[in-house]
Design a protein around this ligand. Structure first.
Ligand SMILES: Nc1ncnc2c1ncn2[C@@H]1O[C@H](COP(=O)(O)OP(=O)(O)OP(=O)(O)O)[C@@H](O)[C@H]1O
Ligand SMILES: [Mg+2]
Length: 280
């Protein structure tokens, strides 16, 4: 096999052998340029460097259109960088390295809840009985027991998003990539799912890369927050979240939490104003 350091720019190297032990995701000198037909290129990301350590929860916040989803899709291997590279460190050969969860419930309406959750397991050739056991365990964990045979059309938005979460968790990925997974939900439900996610991630020691517009959510869930600049997106600042685990939602009332939310907003405001003012 070719050494990771010899990989050409843009290659997603799933088997690097010699980077520092703790980096689970490493993004180096990343540029992503969209090349729409008949229009000027759009430089969505420029010179992005980021490291996410094993078991770390890193959120990305930034103004609309700054390239958050692009960054997530490049990390997921769904889009190839135009410059630079992404390296993901695989430690469990038996489980999938990444599982993405998107804002829109990316589940199939013609499949039952159970069949949706099962998809990744069938694709991975997991033994049928083991697959059934895991599907039921995760449906139970996300509060969907009893809905196995239901179709997504008969479920509320929150339940659909639980199906999407169960589908990501059931394959037992090393890395969860989540793009505004709760953005379409009402505020109460969002809080419930945030708490569930905190508990699950803590229990399973996932490494998480999480995109959100919501500073409160980023603070409650994350170990570090990457603040992105307006397009072309780059990481403007990495902020350590000074709260330990386990975390309870009451943390929101902590004066330090409130203070940090204000600090984050003061840092982000300029970038958001730049976008709102029409600058590009
Ligand atoms: N297929 C495409 N062709 C051209 N430009 C694109 C394409 N997809 C995205 N872009 C542009 O790239 C930039 C980054 O888009 P991206 O969706 O990554 O931003 P984002 O930070 O996720 O935005 P939001 O906060 O609205 O979700 C935006 O300016 C967007 O308009
Ligand atoms: Mg987005």
């Amino acid at each position: 096999m070719k050494a990771a350091s010899d990989s050409p720019p843009g290659q997603l190297d799933l088997h690097p052998g010699h980077e520092r032990a703790e980096a689970k995701i490493r993004v180096e000198g990343l540029e992503y340029r969209y090349r729409p037909r008949g229009r000027d290129d759009v430089v969505a990301l420029h010179d992005v460097d980021l490291e996410v350590r094993r078991g770390e929860f890193v959120s990305v916040v930034g103004p609309s259109g700054c390239g958050k989803s692009t960054l997530l899709r490049v990390i997921a291997g769904l889009q190839k960088p135009t410059e630079g590279r992404v390296r993901l460190r695989r430690e469990e050969p038996a489980s999938p390295l990444v599982a993405p969860v998107f804002q829109e419930y990316s589940i199939f309406p013609w499949r039952t809840v159970e069949a949706n959750v099962r998809l990744g397991l069938d694709a991975a050739g997991i033994d049928r009985r083991e697959a059934t056991r895991r599907v039921h365990r995760w449906l139970d964990r996300v509060g969907l027991s009893g809905y196995e045979k239901a179709y997504p059309g008969n479920l509320s938005g929150g339940m659909k998003q639980r199906v999407a979460l169960a589908r990501a968790f059931v394959v037992e990925p090393e890395i969860l990539l989540m793009d505004e997974p709760f953005a379409a939900l009402d505020a109460q439900l969002r809080k419930v799912l945030q708490e569930e996610l905190l508990a699950i991630v803590r229990e399973h020691q996932h490494t998480v890369f999480f995109v959100t517009h919501n500073l409160d959510e980023a603070l409650l869930l994350s170990d570090r927050i990457a603040l992105m600049s307006a397009r072309p997106g780059r990481i403007r600042e990495l902020i350590d979240v000074p709260f330990g685990h386990p975390r309870q939602p009451e943390l929101r009332q902590d004066p330090e939490f409130v203070r940090m939310e204000e600090v984050l907003w003061s840092k982000l405001r300029g970038e958001v104003q730049q976008v709102a003012g029409g600058a590009s």
